[in-house]
Ligand binder design. Sequence first.
Ligand code: SAM
Length: 280
Amino acid sequence: MLSYRHLFHAGNCADVFKHALLTRLLAGLGRNPNPYFYLDTHAGIGRYDLTRPWAQKACEFENGIGRLWGRTDTPEALKAYMDLVRAENPDGKLRYYPGSPLIALRLRRLGDRMVFSELNKTDHAELEALVARERRVAVHLMDGYQALKAFLPPAERRGLVLIDSSFDRAREFPRLVRALTEAHERWATGMYAAWYPLMDADTMAAFERNLRRTGIRKILRLELATAPRDQTRVIPGSGMLVVNPPWHFDTEARPLLQWLWGALAVDGAGGTRVDWLVPE
Ligand SMILES: C[S@@+](CC[C@H](N)C(=O)[O-])C[C@H]1O[C@@H](n2cnc3c(N)ncnc32)[C@H](O)[C@@H]1O
């Protein structure tokens, strides 16, 4: 039984953080003329209508993409991401928000190949309908962690794997570490981006310890916290691990996250972090 539905959260702070970084990673891959492979293990529906009742219920997007929508001073590093969101809303009103599969599809070149897996039947059907006419794109009703086993290593030998679990199970942190370890054993040179929520200090310390024990090198940690820690109903922020990031991704991401923090933080709460959890 899957209880999490991304419909309620689309376009929130975590999505802005994740998708801004994802856009930079994919744009980086696109600078090399050779085709790349992209695997999105927890893909969602691909495009979210923010006027639908489920999005209106919590209005999480208002504190996320809603805060960036009217800004005319977004930095260059955010331009590609904002352009993608604007392209979904050509009349200038924020209504549609692109999920990770749609972001990847819009940045794809001829020859790049994409695989999306999604375990929720309804969400899978919506995503399948969205990408039905796309070539070199496959959508699977499949557990995302199984997809890592099924599709790695890819024939292209370069590419990105996004692991964006909904973290609706208590043991998701150790599960993510195991999945990363196994995927890395299959494809050590691939790039991996794994999203996680910021939780209590003990959970985060165990996560960090377990990651260091994997033996995987070149793990960059990026975090953005925008809400006070004492708000029990919302997570204070989110993080992303990038294994084998592009050259200088750390220096590029620092000012980007700092700008996002300034735009999204509630009463100056939280902050940013970009550091090497495990260097080269
Ligand atoms: C955080 S959302 C994904 C959002 C999407 N990556 C994006 O950025 O637009 C997590 C998704 O994973 C799906 N899901 C949950 N458990 C899964 C599993 N074991 N394998 C694949 N998908 C799963 C949920 O139905 C949900 O759509």
